[in-house]
Design a protein around this ligand. Structure first.
Ligand code: CS2
Length: 492
């Protein structure tokens, strides 16, 4: 089978959509930090649509801050790859041309900073997951004790974190008298632009107060809400895609058909006309962020911990269990929706139905273990924000407390058969210490987990109704397991 490459595009089956523009005319205007599956299934696809309408200056230079894997796989394909949307009706393939180069951060930090210093680059976008912001999840402030931040403050010219990289590149532009690029966060963080602004500015200030001031005064950090379910690509996905592609793509992405992008219109140096590709360009992203992070991501986390404990490998497997679906509905309807200030014109009932349908999509093999990762970074905005608001308004928190209990149960790193598994989370070493000390004692576990101030703040451990609700659920999870707990409380 021939390798996917510009030279063979014309030979692909007619059913495969491909770049409808002359890629050779496309120059790079965006540097994207974090060239994982999500970026390639989401922003690259929107940008590809803009390029197909004739824009030529918004090609993307992808940056891998971890290692060379994606670059090495896509270089022989001249950065072409396939986005495969999967549903019960099968898969639809589309070859995406928006990527024009890939740089590997650790290979040559100076080359990356120089590339980002190029005046042609007008946007630096970011998908590095929650933990990539090196912030304290409870406050949104830069965590000065973060090992990567400490190292980058010692050698700011050889940054390893995304924050250090953005600051070094902005400093390069400031010193050259070049206008800054706009920093566009595309991560699942509430007010992602504000968090990006807070951490980059704080870091820049520590490097040089003049840089900190320049960043604060000149750099735009629009907020965005991004949505498309994109599981990590597996070898089976690659085989399935290549069989229909009739060519060998070493690193396709698989995703659901749905995609949504809401962008705050704050790009002083210009931006692609993503609106023509279906993005919603708005003045205020906040209501969209709340709705998506709390309903979609909140439910995702809830099902990943409870479903994962119950032994389900994929979210679509959890959704075959009527009691788990009933739990998701009640969590959304009774305790999350009341906290939302909905975007104008949105039909929230239809939105929630669409989430149930999307999670049920049997062709999307989204592992509960993938979503369960980094709970310490995800819980504060997905679950604990709603808990606080419900408590302040005197509302019930029973379903939310079950999610917190399931997270604690999961974070102990011992599954329901008694086997140890690896918890992937930047705070995992602290979870292990707590689990070793508290054993299976629900009250001790809750007390110690809630004392993780970066996650729970100072208030929640002092809130008796919350502590008691979480402890009661955790006791039940230990006594009868997640499946029986959900089955006995949630009538389908
Ligand atoms: C998921 C998200 O991994 C997770 O935590 O909740 O990646 C989710 O699939 C996306 O936000 C969907 O847009």
């Amino acid at each position: 089978m021939a390798r996917l490459h510009p030279d063979i595009l014309a030979t692909l089956p007619d059913t495969v959509e491909r770049p409808a523009y002359d890629r050779d005319r496309v120059t790079v205007g965006i540097v994207h930090l974090g060239i994982g599956a999500f970026h390639r299934a989401h922003q690259c696809v929107f940008t590809d649509d803009v390029l197909a309408r004739g824009a030529t200056e918004w090609g993307i230079c992808g940056v891998d801050l971890l290692g060379p894997e994606v670059r090495d796989k896509l270089a022989p394909q001249e950065w072409l790859y396939t986005a495969a949307t999967q549903s019960g009706e099968g898969q639809r393939l589309r070859v995406i041309g928006a990527l024009r180069e890939i740089l590997v951060g650790p290979d040559d930090p100076e080359a990356l900073i120089a590339r980002m210093g190029d005046p042609a680059i007008r946007i630096a976008s970011v998908t590095v997951t929650e933990k990539g912001y090196c912030h304290d999840p409870a406050t949104g402030e830069l965590n000065m004790a973060h090992p990567g931040i400490k190292a980058d403050l010692v050698s700011p010219a050889r940054p390893t974190t995304v924050i250090g990289t953005l600051a070094a590149a902005l400093d390069r532009r400031r010193k050259a008298g070049t206008a800054p690029f706009t920093v566009m966060s595309c991560d699942n963080l509430f007010q992602n632009g504000r968090i990006a602004r807070a951490v980059v500015t704080a870091f820049a200030e520590s490097v040089d107060p003049a840089l900190g001031r320049w960043v604060a005064e000149n750099v735009a950090f629009p907020c965005t809400m991004v949505d498309r379910i994109t599981p990590a690509t597996t070898p089976e996905d690659i085989a399935r895609v290549n069989a229909d592609l009739g060519a060998e793509d070493a690193w396709p992405v698989v995703c659901e058909p749905f995609k949504q992008w809401v962008i705050e219109d704050n790009f002083p140096e210009g931006r692609p006309d993503w609106g023509v590709a279906g993005a919603e360009i708005v003045a205020d992203v906040e209501p969209f962020e709340f709705m998506k992070l709390r309903l979609l991501n909140g439910s995702h986390s809830a099902l990943s911990y409870l479903g994962g404990l119950a032994g389900h490998v994929h979210i679509s497997d959890v959704m075959t269990q009527p009691a788990f679906v009933a739990f998701m509905r009640r969590l959304m309807d009774e305790e999350i929706t009341p906290t939302l200030d909905l975007p104008p014109g949105v039909d929230v009932a239809a939105y929630k139905e669409s989430l149930i349908e999307r999670f049920t999509n049997p062709a999307i093999k989204h592992r509960t273990a993938q979503i369960a990762m980094d709970g310490s970074q995800k819980l504060p905005q997905r679950i604990l924000g709603p808990v606080r608001e419900r408590l302040a308004g005197g509302g019930s928190i029973g379903h939310l407390a079950l999610v917190v209990a399931a997270w604690i149960r999961y974070a102990t790193g011992i599954d329901e058969t008694g086997a140890a598994f690896e918890v992937s989370d930047p705070m995992a070493p602290r979870f292990r210490e707590i689990a070793a000390r508290a054993g299976r004692d629900p009250a001790a576990l809750v007390k110690d987990f809630l004392s993780l101030e970066e996650v729970f703040g100072g208030d929640l451990p002092q809130t008796t109704v919350f502590v008691e609700a979480v402890t009661a659920w955790l006791g039940e999870l230990y006594a009868k397991g997640a499946a029986a707990t959900v089955n006995s409380h949630y009538e389908p």
